[in-house]
Design a protein around this ligand. Structure first.
Ligand SMILES: Nc1ncnc2c1ncn2[C@@H]1O[C@H](COP(=O)(O)OP(=O)(O)OP(=O)(O)O)[C@@H](O)[C@H]1O
Ligand SMILES: Nc1ncnc2c1ncn2[C@@H]1O[C@H](COP(=O)(O)OP(=O)(O)OP(=O)(O)O)[C@@H](O)[C@H]1O
Lengths: 218, 218
């Protein structure tokens, strides 16, 4: 069974500890604030009220036994750095640390964090992309510099035609892997599937080619 | 040109304002803390130092002119609720608010937020999934209840065979849309592409069938 140590049980740490438990892992949660620990004590495998800037405390956590260790102390910079350093020195196999900003993150990497997370930056950047995304071309997953998986609103010119007739792979190198129609999704649609008005085509291919397909066929 | 109003320029608000500007939008950033506003004033279209719990302040922002308005005041609960209410009353077309926890989020929805965000919860949940994901089956994008796009580590039995020979679509309904080999990604691989040891297959299809493909072919 997978075991994780989460130090710092603020918004991020608590949610992480609880998500891991939900997925079947064993989780040890540590925070110096007893009220915060009390909030999750009954839902997390083990908890402890402790100050992880104290090397004696960290020595006793058995850090090296965990599959991964997460330092989720965000805004208390000194505590975050001290804790991360101690976790690394005590043998953390995989060390993830949450950073409050880029400078903080750089230091965390230098002192031993294998992965540095910027939750606010990540979600802010996703929201900005969602706001700015053109409605008929929504990128879902980038695959390479040129290719990705995206959702295209079926251009009018495609409607009433079968996938076969449209020659999307031949003309644009586009692989239509799915069609969203209302609240139904058809995965791997057949060549004789007829495109209807308002269909959302889930496509894999070159972004520029996909833009061409929308613009050249309005 | 798209225009956005971001109230609260903490970690989340600042990153959002800057990401939007980077994507070509016009952004108005507001915060009551002049030091915080000073940090981004030269990189955001317009800024103002103001207390958005004051209805006279919010009246003057021209809230209804923006494509969307974001209340990024996280931990100051009262300010977050007051501001969200005032933004709604002043005509926000699309109102997004950041919540510190579920209770806060519920209230924000009731008083007018169209979308409530929980950045820490979102990233914590993603990290938990990444930790717990089996190494040879990584889900990338869910498509329907049954189908998704995922990465499969090529089972030994596949290696040395062409995609054609493996009959993955015929036997498992799997559409191999890409192959990751080292740091190269081949999108829409040809039928005569030979699978090599350590190839990561990017596949669209039924999850259970994909698991079967890995297990039945070790
Ligand atoms: N020396 C320490 N030892 C153990 N826990 C600590 C220490 N210093 C701070 N913490 C804990 O870390 C937790 C997270 O810190 P804080 O809430 O400041 O971070 P945040 O980044 O604002 O939180 P969030 O996770 O909500 O985004 C707090 O519950 C705090 O008690
Ligand atoms: N009444 C108000 N009017 C305008 N701005 C406000 C008001 N109250 C708080 N703010 C601003 O909101 C910003 C974000 O608040 P705060 O930093 O507490 O949220 P957070 O959720 O901890 O931040 P983060 O965005 O880093 O996750 C702060 O810069 C603060 O000055």
């Amino acid at each position: 069974k997978q075991q994780y140590l989460v130090v710092g049980l603020g918004g991020f740490g608590q949610n992480l500890a609880l998500s891991l438990v939900e997925l079947g892992a064993e989780v040890m949660g540590v925070d110096r604030d007893e009220l915060v620990v009390a909030e999750v004590a009954d839902r997390v495998t083990h908890t402890a009220v402790a100050d992880t800037t104290d090397s004696r405390v960290v020595k006793q956590l058995g850090v090296a036994d965990f599959d991964a260790v997460v330092c989720a102390i965000g805004t208390h910079l000194e505590a975050s750095l001290m804790t991360t350093l101690l976790l690394k020195e005590n043998g953390a196999k995989k060390l993830v640390a949450k950073a409050a900003n880029e400078m903080h993150g750089k230091i965390l990497s230098r002192i031993g964090a294998d992965t540095v997370l910027y939750p606010e930056k990540e979600v802010a950047s996703r929201l900005a992309k969602d706001f700015m995304a053109s409605k008929d071309f929504v990128e879902l997953v980038p695959l390479t510099v040129q290719h990705s998986m995206f959702e295209l609103t079926a251009p009018k010119k495609f409607c009433g035609h079968t996938l076969q007739e449209l020659h999307l792979r031949a003309n644009f190198g586009l692989n239509v892997i799915g069609l969203k129609r209302g609240d139904q999704t058809i995965v791997s649609p057949a060549a004789d599937e007829v495109i209807r008005h308002n269909d959302l085509m889930i496509v894999v291919g070159d972004r520029k080619k996909a833009q061409e397909a929308i613009e050249k066929h309005p």
